[in-house]
Design a protein around this ligand. Structure first.
Ligand SMILES: [Zn+2]
Ligand SMILES: [Zn+2]
Length: 296
């Protein structure tokens, strides 16, 4: 895959949004309730990114009925990380070509900044091969969401803005803009940067438990920040597993929440870390192929 120059307009717009949110923070007075709004919003948004985009749509680590599936797609796309079909198809390529020349974001091949952020602006990665995601691409409602990928994040911004204004004691507009900054802009930008570290840092810093043939690492610090995604070497070893922290001390908040959702019947058929056949021989852990097959 050739490395083309980033698209100038989207690149600079993206940088401008980052700077604007950080600068604006200095003009919005600090308060504990705004920090709480940020923390709770960050937690749930990160959960939808890891539980939705990654473990469900990319790896089918568990099953959802059709309506919860649509809700999960909508909820994870509130984070503004493009469409679920683009995200999952691109991520499946990462596993297929991990840390080779064909990897879309390998720090080993192209360095920190390219693997962290610049790859998103590469012309080659802006499109995906629908054949890589036929399993979910067959749902028209998911194709629609993927096409209009700006809709969920804008609706989320509008809801935060409106609710912030309505419950504010300092007037509608002041409350609305403060909620928009702490509950939306800062949350989105933090989620962008933290989730990018799995592509950039989790292929460089940490420990390798399994020989996966690539540079994926387990990193406890990134696992805390990303609600479990930092157990990245475990994940590369068994990508279909719903849990990525496999020891009791490997905290994996995404798995714990998915487990709770399974208790009430929303999440179904969670796939285990190692699949063993009747003779106790491990099968399907590493060799399994992520190919498009009908879900049912
Ligand atoms: Zn990886
Ligand atoms: Zn993955």
């Amino acid at each position: 895959m050739s490395q083309s120059k980033p698209k100038a307009l989207t690149f600079y717009l993206y940088i401008a949004i980052h700077i604007a949110a950080v600068v604006t923070l200095f003009f919005v007075p600090f308060s504990w309730d705004k920090l709480l709004l940020f923390g709770v919003s960050y937690f749930f948004m990160m959960f939808f990114i890891t539980g939705g985009y990654h473990r469900y749509f990319s790896h089918r680590a568990y099953k959802l009925d059709r309506i919860p599936q649509f809700c999960m797609a909508f909820l994870c796309m509130m984070s503004g990380q493009k469409g679920i079909l683009w995200w999952a198809a691109t991520h499946r390529d990462h596993h297929l070509y991990s840390d080779t020349e064909l990897d879309v974001h390998s720090p080993v091949q192209k360095g920190f900044w390219y693997s962290h952020i610049l790859w998103i602006f590469n012309e080659d990665t802006m499109h995906y091969n629908p054949k890589k995601i036929q399993d979910f691409g067959r749902f028209p409602e998911l194709r629609w969401l993927d096409k209009y990928d700006w809709v969920p994040t804008l609706i989320y911004a509008a809801v935060v803005f409106t609710l912030g204004g309505l419950i504010s004691n300092h007037g509608f507009w002041s409350g609305a803009f403060q909620a928009l900054i702490y509950g939306y802009a800062c949350v989105l930008l933090t989620c962008y940067q933290v989730s990018y570290t799995i592509n950039s840092l989790a292929h460089v810093f940490g420990k390798k438990r399994f020989d996966t043939g690539d540079e994926s690492r387990n990193n406890w610090f990134l696992a805390i920040l990303t609600l479990g995604e930092g157990w990245h070497n475990n994940h590369h070893y068994c990508k279909s597993s719903v849990r990525q922290g496999i020891k009791w001390y490997e905290i994996d908040m995404t798995f714990y929440l998915l487990y709770l959702l399974s208790l009430v019947g929303i999440v179904k058929d969670m796939r285990p870390f190692r699949e063993e056949n009747t003779k106790g021989i491990v099968v399907g852990a590493k060799a399994e192929e992520l190919v498009a097959q009908p879900i049912e």
